[in-house]
Design a protein around this ligand. Structure first.
Ligand SMILES: [Zn+2]
Length: 297
């Protein structure tokens, strides 16, 4: 925090041309990384008081932090099947079918596309600039009926540029699904409760609902659907966000827990844990939003 060189800090909101800056806002917090390897490191985040988006202040050496990124340990297990079904349901609600072509942009482990292909969605493709197996840019030489970017836009420096790229990859009349944390639902006075949505130092800019909506509509996209609940939130016992947050807090509260074998801790053997495991979905956490945009024909 001692380095005040502006070239290494995000002190102005890149979504607004206002005077709301890091220096002028009082809505800011310092929080620990939620990745185990860096859990002792603290990062400053601040909110633009005009558009309500949240920015990570310090520009850090991201390749250093992405080395051994926990998501690389994602496995095709029962949990992944449950959330994949949820994501597929959302896509189908917007017309996705076995005949549709799809690009999972920023696919990470790539397992969702593998799962789709096994279920007969043969025209499903993936791309991730940061995963060696999936960084073949030839996937970007064509257009798709559906382009999805789940947990991607908050990782980039220029969300507008990303949207332009996604639009360019979408067939006229096609759909673009963008899932990302919603800054408007994150209370920085209680930042610790939101450490997974803030996910420092990886989330460079957490967009507000109004900023993401505007980024889309100003580019001619129509908002077809808006979901205020994360696609990983289900009614299946234990597979809900409220329980998972409770589980994480009972342990070391890192993202790594999602990819560890299940930890059985006496602290979890409480009526509250069981209540959340079975009924947590009835009290949804609304910090993650999904927009489905439609590109004009
Ligand atoms: Zn702003």
């Amino acid at each position: 925090m001692s380095d005040k060189n502006p070239a290494t800090q995000r002190t102005e909101c890149n979504f607004c041309t206002t005077t709301s800056t890091f220096a002028s806002t009082r809505d800011r917090a310092e929080i620990n990384s939620n990745v185990r390897k860096f859990a002792d490191e603290r990062f400053m985040v601040w909110r633009c008081e005009t558009c309500r988006s949240i920015h990570s202040l310090d520009v850090v050496d991201l390749p250093y932090y992405y080395k051994d990124y926990p998501f690389q340990r994602q496995k095709a297990d029962a949990g992944l099947r449950i959330i994949s079904r949820n994501m597929l349901r959302r896509l189908r609600s917007s017309g996705f079918s076995e005949q549709s072509s799809l690009l999972d942009f920023g696919c990470g482990s790539g397992l969702f596309v593998e799962w789709l292909r096994r279920r007969g969605y043969g025209e499903s493709h993936r791309f991730d600039a940061y995963t060696e197996r999936f960084n073949d840019a030839s996937a970007l030489d064509r257009t798709y009926d559906f382009v999805m970017a789940q947990d991607v836009v908050e990782h980039v420096e220029d969300a507008g540029e990303l949207l332009d790229q996604l639009i360019g990859l979408t067939t006229p009349g096609g759909a673009i699904l963008i899932g990302t944390p919603n800054a408007e639902a994150i209370d920085l006075r209680n930042a610790e409760a939101h450490r997974h949505s803030l996910h420092q130092p990886y989330h460079l800019h957490v967009l507000s609902e109004r900023v993401l909506r505007e980024l889309g509509t100003s580019r001619g996209l129509r908002v077809e659907r808006f979901y205020e609940v994360y696609y990983t939130d289900t009614f299946i016992p234990f597979a809900n966000v409220r329980f998972q947050l409770h589980y994480a807090r009972s342990l070391d509260n890192t993202l790594d827990l999602a990819f560890d074998p299940p930890h059985v801790s006496w602290r979890l053997l409480t009526p509250k844990s069981l209540g959340l495991a079975f009924f947590g979905r009835f009290f949804p956490v609304k910090t993650e939003m999904t927009f489905v945009f439609r590109k004009a024909v």
